[in-house]
Ligand binder design. Structure first.
Ligand code: IMP
Ligand code: MG
Length: 182
């Protein structure tokens, strides 16, 4: 996909689903909650690139305790209906996670396939604890039984863009979450 026309770009935005104010309000709330929960403990926030980059950034700004962050990038190989597909790590964490309480920071849980594989892989590295925080949850689409420990917003089954989430690599820059106009 190549998108260079401004009007075409704007036409892709159907309607705002979660405003910037709503996002920032909820993220502040959860930053406070995590700061209370992990006070006095070594904490590593792990983000799976690229969708969660804005969420990780704003969540970090709302943390009031010392914490570190780490990044991973994965590539998924799934057949359309097969949930037992493979996930390969194309960029790995630099940290030895056995020294940390790890919180995976996700943009959205859709089928749950990618996240469940990442959880499986990280558990083998023996973190002190492992939890998941997700900005968005689309439970209607789940094919693998996985739940986040913290979910900021639950949304119906439609394709969303903005605030890190893309369509064809565009729209990540929007400061709000919108429904994509296909
Ligand atoms: P799954 O849970 O393994 O199906 O994969 C979830 C990933 O698919 C997310 O981390 C997103 O990168 C992407 N994704 C799922 N739903 C949407 C959406 O509505 N908009 C943009 N990306 C999505
Ligand atoms: Mg993602």
């Amino acid at each position: 996909m190549e998108l260079t026309d401004k009007q075409e770009f704007l036409n892709g935005i159907k309607k705002v689903v979660i405003s910037e104010e709503e996002l920032q309000g909820k993220i502040a709330e959860y930053g406070k909650l995590l700061s209370q929960e992990y006070e006095g403990k070594p904490l590593l926030l792990v983000s799976i690139l690229k969708g969660a980059f804005m969420f990780l950034s704003d969540l970090n700004k709302n943390m009031t305790i010392p914490c570190e962050m780490g990044f991973m990038a994965c590539k998924s190989y799934f057949e359309s209906t097969d949930s037992s597909g493979d996930v390969k790590i194309v960029y790995d964490l630099a940290q030895d996670i056995s020294r940390y309480n790890v919180v995976i920071v996700e943009d959205i849980i859709d089928t749950g396939r990618t996240l469940s594989k990442v959880v499986e892989m990280l558990k083998q590295r023996d973190p002190l604890s492992l939890k998941i925080i997700t900005l968005l949850d689309k439970p209607d689409r789940r094919v693998v039984d996985i739940e986040a420990d913290y979910t900021l917003f639950t949304i119906p089954d439609f394709f969303v863009i903005g605030y890190g989430l893309d369509y064809g690599e565009y729209y990540r820059n929007l400061p709000y979450i919108a429904e994509y106009n296909a």
